[in-house]
Ligand binder design. Structure first.
Ligand code: MN
Length: 363
């Protein structure tokens, strides 16, 4: 059979299964309690890290713009957020139950320990990972967790990856994009990437406020944060990693991006088209191939059918994971959205659980 014919058949099957799943929509809704729902970008911040962050921000308000306002607990919203981030008891479990969430993969808050100096950041990362491991040990059915590291000290951070995965049994690593305005394509950070590959730990590259070099245009109209700046910061970081050949150097490195891939699924065509001169020279493959092979995305904060369908179409059903970003996101709302999403049922099962189990090696 010719390649064209096979491709045509594959597409026909994909389209007809999509149509079939839509006509079975009512049936799918009635089955919603059957899903095993795992959410993979869920914040837990140990009180010690909250307190240290407050001290650091009070001493230097410019460390992370607007972070001061949130962490001050000065408004009912910020007080709620800070309380919920530290809770892994009844309030959290009730919120999970309201959305039928079987398991939350916890991770520290952005910017986490990356605002601190090397020594304090390294100590807080270890403390945070110990706390995460305790939470998981106390309730292994409902929680798993990603490690926090302080890339400020790359060698210590690499050792902490090893300890967190191998000794504590955590399920991956989360890095809040730049560290003191430096990016992971800098070779000084490569011991961290080596440790992640050696320990088969995926890196969740989570947003934070854009680095100082790009901050200017984001500094007004609240543009530095989740509305726009976060996605620009992380997507820029990922394109740097690809363009620098980091994924040629570490072909087994696995990255996870929140917020439906921080815009990258939209850009695959143009990234490839405008990288033609680099392919075979400075990088081995078109950027879209790294994005499909080394990167998975999550639905955190992006519960919207059109972009889910686009991402499913260009990345495939194995590369999307469900996430909510509690306490900023709402489990019940996002689960209701995914339950009703216009995708084939087997693909929704992958997005809800099978992909998370594979990427984070969940029991
Ligand atoms: Mn988040």
């Amino acid at each position: 059979m010719s390649t064209t014919r096979r491709t045509f058949l594959k597409e026909t099957v994909a389209v007809s299964s999509l149509i079939a799943s839509q006509s079975a929509f009512q049936f799918a809704r009635a089955q919603t309690s059957e899903y095993r729902r795992i959410a993979v970008e869920e914040i837990f911040c140990p009180p010690e890290v909250i307190q240290a962050s407050k001290r650091a921000i009070n001493a230097n308000p410019d460390l992370e713009p607007n972070f001061r306002e949130l962490i001050s607990e000065a408004t009912p919203f910020s007080a709620n957020v800070v309380r919920r981030m530290q809770d892994v008891g009844d309030e959290r479990l009730q919120a999970m139950d309201a959305g039928g969430i079987a398991k939350a993969v916890l991770s520290n808050w952005a910017p986490g320990v990356q605002i601190f100096g090397a020594r304090e950041g390294t100590e807080l990362a270890a403390l945070s990972n110990d706390r995460m491991a305790e939470v998981v040990r106390d309730n292994p059915d409902r929680f798993a967790a990603l490690a926090t590291i302080a890339p400020q000290d790359p060698v210590s951070a690499a050792l902490e990856v090893e300890r967190a995965i191998d000794t504590l049994g955590l399920n991956g690593v989360l890095i809040n994009s730049h560290t003191h305005n430096e990016y992971l394509d800098d070779r000084k950070f490569w011991p961290i990437l080596e440790a992640c590959v050696a320990n088969d730990a995926a890196i969740y590259l989570h947003p934070r406020v854009p680095s100082a070099q790009m901050y200017g245009p984001f500094s007004s109209y609240n543009m530095h944060a989740a509305k726009w700046g976060f996605a620009m910061e992380v997507s820029t970081h990922v394109v740097r990693l690809i363009a620098a050949g980091v994924l040629d150097e570490f072909p087994d490195l696995r990255l996870v991006l929140g917020h439906m891939g921080e815009g990258l699924p939209f850009w695959l065509y143009r990234l490839d088209n405008m990288s033609r001169g680099e392919v075979g020279n400075t990088i081995d493959k078109p950027p879209s191939e790294y994005i499909r092979e080394n990167i998975v995305i999550t639905t955190s904060g992006m519960g919207w059918d059109p972009i889910l369908v686009l991402s499913h179409s260009v990345l495939g059903p194995d590369n999307i994971l469900f996430a909510v970003d509690y306490p900023f996101g709402d489990y019940a709302r996002d689960a209701a959205w995914m339950d009703a999403a216009p995708l084939p049922e087997p693909d929704k099962i992958k997005i809800y659980s099978a992909n998370a189990q594979r990427v984070f090696k969940l029991a």
